[in-house]
Write a protein that binds this ligand. Structure first.
Ligand code: SAH
Length: 284
């Protein structure tokens, strides 16, 4: 790969002022997927409060004086409590710091960013929200999977495998299966068996294509192509671990032509028109 150096465009950028919190998405991993606002904030912040999914390469852009505070929360591991994190942000802002709250992906997509911003506003702290590229879109794009395709789906569902109850028990799989050709599942690895069962009993076919993309957009990205019927067994066999996105639906077939990372390695596309051979487009 050839390298190029980056000079950020100059111009008038909003400044991260003392006493403010910027709630900012860091994207799924590749530092190149950060927004320009996020990079500017990283350089200006006095304190960066970051979570587990923010990569070290991204934090390396922080200024030399910047304090980096880890507020990681990962399924099953000891973690800072959500209320504590929000109140810590309030305290930092009230102390006159320029605070950057940096979260993986997009802060408002399964990231509890809404709750944090609400607490800040309830405490009178001024906030700016900076969206990020969510793993369920950008991560799948790095695997060569478009979340919509005219021949596959007219809607896409983003669903969490881990709700307030700790599992996906509040999800109406039957309704979702009927409504939507492509499902993009966050935090689904722990409950993959429940998800599989829910979708199969809702009538999705055993041979429906499924992709699992772990550590998407990072050098450790791994992609498993499987089917709904085999997914649990294959996830185990391939030793796939979180963080991972599970994508269910015929959009997954497009990877056979769009796996651009394989093309960059000099491999040929597996099939130039993978959808033509599949079933006719389903509603949804
Ligand atoms: N706000 C984040 C999602 C946080 S929930 C976003 O918009 O992307 C955490 C879940 O996101 C993980 O369990 C996983 O399902 C997904 N995720 C985040 N980063 C990922 C990555 N680099 N690769 C695969 N999945 C990722």
């Amino acid at each position: 790969m050839t390298e190029s150096t980056l000079t950020l465009p100059s111009g008038s950028w909003p400044a991260l002022e003392p006493g403010w919190v910027w709630l900012c998405g860091a994207g799924p991993g590749d530092p190149g997927l950060m927004t320009l606002h996020a990079i500017h904030a990283l350089k200006e912040a006095d304190v960066v409060v970051y979570d587990a999914l923010v990569s070290k390469d991204i934090l390396a852009w922080a200024g030399p004086e910047t304090e980096l505070v880890y507020a990681g929360k990962r399924g099953g591991k000891p973690s800072a409590k959500q209320a504590d994190i929000s109140l810590q942000l309030v305290e930092l802002a009230k102390a006159g710091k320029r605070v950057l709250r940096l979260k993986g992906g997009d802060p408002f997509v399964f990231g509890r960013g809404g709750e944090e911003a609400q607490t800040l506003i309830q405490h009178g702290v001024p906030v700016r929200i900076i969206p990020g590229i969510s793993a369920g879109i950008g991560g799948l794009a790095y695997a060569g999977i478009p979340v919509t395709h005219r021949d596959v789906n007219q809607a896409v569902t983003f669903v969490t495998g881990h709700d307030k109850t700790g599992g996906p028990t509040q999800v109406d799989w039957a309704a979702m299966s009927r409504a939507c050709g492509v499902l993009v599942i966050y935090m689904g690895m722990k409950h993959a068996a429940t998800i599989r069962k829910g979708l199969l009993s809702a009538g999705r076919p055993e041979d429906e294509p499924v992709a699992v993309v772990s550590q998407a957009t990072t050098p450790e990205q791994k992609v498993l192509e499987t089917t709904l019927g085999d997914m649990v067994r294959d996830i185990e066999a391939a030793d796939m671990a979180p963080p991972a996105i599970i994508c269910v639906g015929r959009a997954v077939l497009m990877r056979q032509v769009l796996d651009w990372q394989a093309l960059m390695r000099g491999e040929a596309p597996r099939d130039l028109d993978p959808l033509k051979r599949g079933k006719p487009a389903q509603e949804g």
